[in-house]
Design a protein around this ligand. Structure first.
Ligand code: ADE
Length: 225
């Protein structure tokens, strides 16, 4: 069973690339895909770039080229849920593109795409094995083409869309996976609180948040049959 790990930034992807044994690299459509084994399991690692369009085109390219059995979008996020702060991790139950808005023609606000329950439970079990429960949440992840750095927007994403964290790719990856019937999971460690402090917090906590995701992904593959 092969997994695609898709990260937005090099800083999120490079640790996974360097963990691969028997690694081979291939560039497709300008994207560098690294194939190899992680804890003995076939894994493909790619950095898609920031934002929904980059995430969507990369996910679709990967699906057509490699036919992965499962896709995990992994990286950092802004915490918006109550008590979801740096050093916490959120695993998606589903995603919502909060900037997808057809309300003017009578549709629901936002676009929800599911996360796969079995895959997400596997990620959750792996996260439980490396993190205390108080630092771990399972809930909705909000995606939009904006780095959120104001508490009013963060509060709206929490209160109106019911999300625990906000980022810029998960909803696009999940939507593309759903279109092909491929199980998708979203794993995010909190780098900032999507507020006025984010400009300072994001660079400060990025590396430690990425390290949390790496520990969880390793535990996930170690536990995989
Ligand atoms: N990724 C990490 N922090 C974020 C934020 N505040 N907004 C959007 N994406 C993020």
């Amino acid at each position: 069973m092969s997994h695609l790990l898709i990260c937005a930034m090099d800083s999120e992807a490079q640790g996974f690339r360097s963990m691969l044994s028997q690694r081979t690299d291939e560039t497709v459509g300008g994207l560098l895909f690294s194939k190899g084994l992680l804890c003995g399991h076939p894994v493909i690692v790619v950095r898609c770039g920031v934002g929904k369009v980059n995430a969507a085109l990369c996910t679709q390219t990967a699906i057509l080229r490699y036919s992965p059995d499962a896709v995990i979008n992994v990286g950092v996020a802004g915490g918006v849920g109550n008590g979801i702060v740096t050093h916490h991790v959120v695993i998606g139950t589903d995603t919502i593109q909060y900037d997808f808005d057809l309300t003017a023609i009578g549709e629901e606000d936002g676009l929800v795409s599911p996360c796969d329950e079995v895959l997400s439970q596997g990620l959750l079990a792996a996260a439980r094995s490396v993190l205390p429960d108080q630092r771990l949440s399972y809930g909705r992840i909000a995606t939009g083409d904006r780095f959120v750095g104001d508490s009013l927007t963060a509060a709206r994403i929490r209160d109106h869309y019911g999300a625990l964290a906000c980022e810029m790719e998960g909803g696009a990856v999940a939507q593309v996976c759903a279109a092909s019937g491929i199980p998708c999971g979203v794993l995010r460690a909190i780098s900032d609180n999507a507020n006025e402090q984010s400009e300072v917090d994001f660079p400060e906590f990025l590396a430690s948040a990425v390290a949390e995701t790496e520990k969880i992904i390793v535990a996930y593959f170690e536990g995989l049959l």
